[in-house]
Structure formats: structure tokens, C-alpha cells
Design a protein around this ligand. Sequence first.
Ligand code: ACO
Length: 375
Amino acid sequence: MVMERIMRPGLEGVVAAETRLSSVNGQLGELIIGGYPLEEIAGNATFEQMIFLLWNDRLPEESEKDEFEQAVATKRNIPQITIELLKEAAKNQLDVMDALRMAADTLSLVADSDNESAAQTMIAAFPTIIAAYWRLLSDDEPIPPKVELSHAANYLYMLSGEEPSAAHVRALETYLNTVVDHGFNASTFAARTIISTNSDMVSAVVGAIGALKGNLHGGAPGPALDMVFEIGKIENAEPHIRAKLERGERLMGFGHRVYKVRDPRADMLNTAAKQFFIGGEQAELYQLVRDVEQVALRLLAEYKPERKLQTNVEFYTALILHGIGLPTDLFTPTFAIGRVGGWTAHALEHERNHDRIIRPLAQYIGETNRRWDES
Ligand code: ACO
């Protein structure tokens, strides 16, 4: 069979695998995760249930749920050498995502050769690494994990030393579930490409962290909220955003490769954020975010009318994570705590399906006739 060679910059529109994990319908703005519409599952499941669903294509029975929670919770401790590495990173004030990537690599010291067990280690250790590093950055001692707390509650506990309220835990779980998987996004594709070579789970996850970090992917929510803070008052929104677009800058939290209508995850997180802000001390911030979004959408339609640029998940990620008290520098790392569920699920799916190595082509556009003695 002769294969037709078509070049698609950015692999746009290319289908490279079958998956049962999530379905992204960019025209209708629909997201299905593990068979459930996002709106059904995100606000109801615990994060542990969500991971079980992705790995097993069904929700766990009660006894399986307890067993799975225990199995993951007992893998939360990280090696002492990982803490030492984080201390060095903190001395150099490295970005949290860089510290996470470096520390995740050291989990080869404790990860099992069985990929499912290694996936549990990666999921369990992410919050411990991030919380420990965050405290080390301010010269505070890391707080050891508490095995009896849920995954989300334990993360918030390790950051502050205080057990969080049920409302904070629910909001964080809704967020983690909302971002857990999303088709062949760049970081998931990176993870699946790595595992497709018969590499290991730690390598797949470490590669994916690198892909998530960039501000065209997971690095957008911090800058999105910064923009709202810089704007400060709604009357400043139009001149501020117009100036950005005139300079050719992108508005973080808007636009998406697949969604040409509103990202359904933005609505999910808006609903969850609303519960925090309305009637609370920061209700004005919630309203400002809503108003800034309207101005941004109007100006994007004016400057890029043919592009159909809409609000993406990152805009409301910023709001909800700020609402539960996380600093901007932890937005992308917290995204990683959720998305590692999807990376590992894709890696396991690829392995179980015995899928082929991912190996596209490149169109060569260089010289073909250079001579050694002329160089
Ligand atoms: N603000 C202003 N202009 C934009 C934006 C934006 N947010 N997004 C796209 N555009 C413009 C581009 O400048 C380009 O315009 P041009 O053709 O006149 O040069 C056009 O729209 C198409 O842009 P592409 O880069 O080809 O779109 P692509 O599908 O490759 O990119 C992406 C999608 C990376 C998300 C883009 O919309 C973007 O940069 N958004 C801002 C960053 C962001 O919010 N990232 C988070 C995405 S969600 C996630 O990964 C979890």
C-alpha cells in the first residue's frame, strides 16, 4: 500500500490513536471522560475514583475504591534524596515545574517495573513533591503526607499544615477531574509517544511535564490571572487588552486548537468558582473576571474575526485555584497533579492495546547536494 504524504503543521486534524479515555468535540463544545459527560462526573467523583475509571473503564465498587485509595496513599512519601534535590533547586529559586520535572525523575528509585504500580507512584508523589518544594522555597520544612486524607485534601494539607474544609477539597477535586484528560493534547501525546517505544512510566511522565510547562499549553493560567489583576478595574479592561492585541500579543486563557466554541471545562470551573466567590470577600474579583472575559471576547472577535477565539479552561482555572487559596506559581503544577492521571491512563492504554510505535514523518526542505570539500 502506498501511503499518501500530507503535511499538517502542528499535526492539526491528524488522528493518531484510538482511545476510550476522553472524547473532545470541538464543534459542539462537548467533553466526555471515561464515558461520562464532563458535567456528570467532574463535580461528583473523587479524584481517586476518576483515576480508577480511566485505568479500568468503570467506576470502582466500594471495596475496590478503599483498596485503590490505600494503594495510592501509601506511595505518597518521596525518597530523602528527592528532598535534597528539591533543597538545591530551592536555593536556585527554580521554577516549580522545573523542580517537579527533576524530582519526578528520581522516582525511578522507588517506582516498580510494572507500569500500573509505577503510575500509582507518580500520581501519589506529585502533590508531595510540589508541596515540599513550595515550602522549601520559603525556607519552611516540608510537611509529611497524611495517609488518612484524600489525595486532594492531603495536597492542601501539605502546603499549609492545616486540614482543608470540605468545600475547598470538593472544589479542588472538581478542578482535578475537569483537567484529568483531554484527548491528544501536547503533553499526553508526548507521554504516549515515549511509552510507545516500550520505554517506562517514569520517562513518559517526565517528558509530559516538560510539554505541559509551556505557556501555549499548561502555563497559561498564571498569566491569565495576572492580566486581570493588572487591569484592576473594568474601565481599564478595553485599553489594556486592545494594547496587548495591537502589540500582537496573545491573551492567555483564550483560543484552543480543537474547541471552536466555548471550552466546556471553562463552564464547569466557572460554576465551581462561583460557589467560592459569590457572597464572599472576593465577590468583586469574580465579577471583574466575568466582565474582563466579555471585553476580551469582544476584542478578539474584532481583531481575529475569522479565528473564533473563545474562553479556554485556563481562564477559569486561574479563578478557581486562586479561590481555594493557591498562589499563581502553583497553578501549572496543580494542573500537572490532575493531568498525570491522563498521562498514565494513556500510557497504560497504549501498553494494553499493544499499539504501534508513534513515528510520523518530516518533510525535508534542506539542501541535498552539498559537497564536503566545498565546506
Ligand atoms: N490571543 C490572541 N490571538 C490568538 C490567541 C489568543 N489567545 N490564540 C490564537 N490567536 C491567533 C494567533 O495569533 C493566530 O493569528 P494569525 O493567524 O492572525 O497569526 C491565530 O489566532 C491562530 O493561532 P494558532 O497559533 O495557529 O492557533 P493554534 O490552534 O495553533 O493555538 C493555542 C492554540 C496555542 C491554545 C492558542 O489559541 C493560544 O496561544 N492561546 C493562548 C494560550 C493559552 O490560553 N493556552 C492554554 C490552552 S488550553 C490548554 O492547553 C490546557
